[in-house]
Design a protein around this ligand. Sequence first.
Ligand code: UDP
Length: 240
Amino acid sequence: MSTAPLKYRRILLKLSGEALMGNVDYGIDPVVISDLAAEIVAVQRAGAEVGLVIGGGNIFRGAGLAAAGMDRVTGDHMGMLATVINALAMADALEKQGGFARVMSAIKINEVCEDYIRRRAIRHMEKGRIALFAAGTGNPFFTTDSAAALRASEIGADLLLKATKVDGIYDADPKKNPGAKKFDRLSYDEVIARNLQVMDTAAFALCRDNQVPLRIYDMMQPGALMRILRGEDLGTLVCA
Ligand code: UDP
């Protein structure tokens, strides 16, 4: 493997809740979370300052609960609490891999984790602790994609990474269209003009307005995170 110096100093990695499910139907697959944690600790040890946002879709999503008849805001509160559960699990997995982690929540739950305070988050990362930003933005009607774009902008991340199950952005669904074309690089405006569903619009607008470059990559490819940080062009880069 390449030992090139890291191209990015500070990153924000967004994992969906479903990323933690692996082969289980609900909740967290212990093997998958442990493998993901090992990759994250490796890049931190290589010198990256790492912030993490994890979704909650493996447990609850407010929109799904609302469709089943629940009040939407209550559903979103449950979704945000689900992200705290995932962040606690990931912090544990990171520490099992020898890393140091701090969970910071956008909703006050002081007995289980710290409050999100931007300067403290940056200090954690500078000291080699992986900062897990839990409870999304703390507000209903948002997603953890928006939380990732928000935190990446706040902490001055050099790169926002969105780990997905496909290896980048295509002009059509590659699972349904074998001829779908993958983009190596797109501008923010191209993503909007082509209506490519990279992230939700609020998230994407934040990245564009704050000039946070975004890379979409395949999290199932072992070592991909480290390769990207060393400068390889895996997945699709969205930038100005
Ligand atoms: N959520 C919210 N505000 C936020 C972030 C998340 O209300 O700022 C809720 C929302 O209900 C969402 C759920 O938390 O559906 C889980 O987050 P998300 O759907 O983004 O998780 P992912 O799809 O990434 O697993």
